[in-house]
Design a protein around this ligand. Sequence first.
Ligand code: HEC
Ligand code: HEC
Ligand code: HEC
Length: 414
Amino acid sequence: MAYLVIFVAGIGFFALSFVALGVLPGLRLEKEMNSARAVISAYSDAERRGQQTYVSLGCALCHTQQVRFLPTDIRRWGPPTQAWETQYDFPQLWGTRRIGPDLARESGVRSADWQLTHLHNPQSVVPGSAMPPFPWLFKGSPARPTAAANDLLAYLNTLGRARQSAGGVAMSKKVDTEMDPAMMAEIESLCAAPFVNPSQANSDIPTFSTVTNATSGSVAPPSTGQKLAARGAELFAQNCAGCHGSAGDGEGRAAEGLLPRPANLRASRYSAQGLASILWNGVAGSSMPAWRDLPAADLASLVTHVQTLHTQPVDAGVLASTATLARGATVYAANCVNCHGVNGDGHGPAAMALLPRPADLTHKQPDASLVQRVLNEGVPGTSMPPWPGVSGADRQAVAAFVRSLYIMPAGATK
Ligand code: HEC
Ligand code: HEC
Ligand code: HEC
């Protein structure tokens, strides 16, 4: 009798654990898969090959693909990862170990030239990076990727695609966790707000009161200004010099593989507000990242530092005669207004279709020599064309006019 009881109990508990640990979670998972509101496309051949490369190079040893159910993760990458997002992943790559950032939503965050330059040598774009270089994926330079590098890039561009096509659905109605109610409430409120990928331009630009104080000179005590500038130089060396060069002339180590090339920050005068907006949003359509993860005080010091890079005296060539400016305005109206807009803010009728967007000349005053160069060569990698047809006096005039569009911030001395 005792043997029979033990036998039945043994079978019974085996069956029970089979149901509890295998069948029930399987059913729940299937239900969650079916609840996906998106049509998720399966991998193409290139993407599949890229995924294999990702696995074989050990990328998954340092990168997770799972936004965890924690406020810190959600704040940085959006709503938590759900099973349906990765239903085509065999092997699944959610991972457990993070040395680098999570990549579950990497698609669209970086431009292709950024990704390739970064794979070729991470430290050229992110100076302190602990990620190893993968030079054998390239034929000598980041501008010449092998097929394997292109496949890997195609794969990186699939990460987060499912979530995007579902229109950023937050999370299923009821989540049964035994989490601290306060944290749960925080997560719910984070998920309720639409998540904006940092690469997507966003108009919610912080107003840097510290910036205005520091740059208008007289308002801030000089020590504050100096401290800002020193911190700014340090941050610039850490974050920006890889692309823009340590002097800010656009000749950093990474510049070779980037198109458009990093801007020469010495050749234009920038308003604090214009810089704040560029740093907050990045430059969509180029490798220039958004820097909104940095604390506002750091952004303010970067703004101050970038402004000190421009050394050209202000009055060189700005004081053009009214006749010249009128002539320039005519040339501008005929050729430039569609993209740069009537008042030069970059919102011309054709602008919305273009990435990078046309320069906002009300917040950026290029040196006369830069305007001449741009008229000769255009800006390769953008829709800004060269203007061989605008020549001689017309060229001087339109350059002077373009420079006159800059709006001098109130209180600025430089
Ligand atoms: C030794 C660990 C390590 C390995 C292996 C590794 N990475 Fe990284 N990765 C990092 C670190 C650290 C960062 C953050 C610093 C940086 O951006 O370079 C990073 C950043 C990244 C980023 C930038 C994410 C972003 O948007 O900021 C991408 C994309 C990336 N890695 C892809 C890969 C791919 C693809 C592979 C495999 C070919 C790989 N990583 C292998 C450590 C690693
Ligand atoms: C991965 C390379 C890269 C890094 C890192 C980078 N930039 Fe850029 N940046 C670019 C590129 C490329 C452009 C040019 C975009 C264009 O032509 O539209 C640019 C444009 C800019 C502009 C706008 C210039 C203009 O005239 O419109 C500013 C300002 C700027 N960067 C500042 C910075 C600062 C400050 C940092 C560091 C916090 C930084 N960048 C880091 C690549 C980079
Ligand atoms: C097809 C649209 C288009 C037209 C037309 C156009 N631009 Fe541009 N322009 C752009 C874009 C896009 C950029 C931004 C390039 C970038 O981000 O580096 C730009 C940038 C510039 C810059 C700043 C370049 C730099 O490197 O800082 C100047 C100056 C400029 N344009 C002047 C002109 C003038 C003058 C005309 C007319 C003769 C003109 N543009 C016509 C699209 C256009």
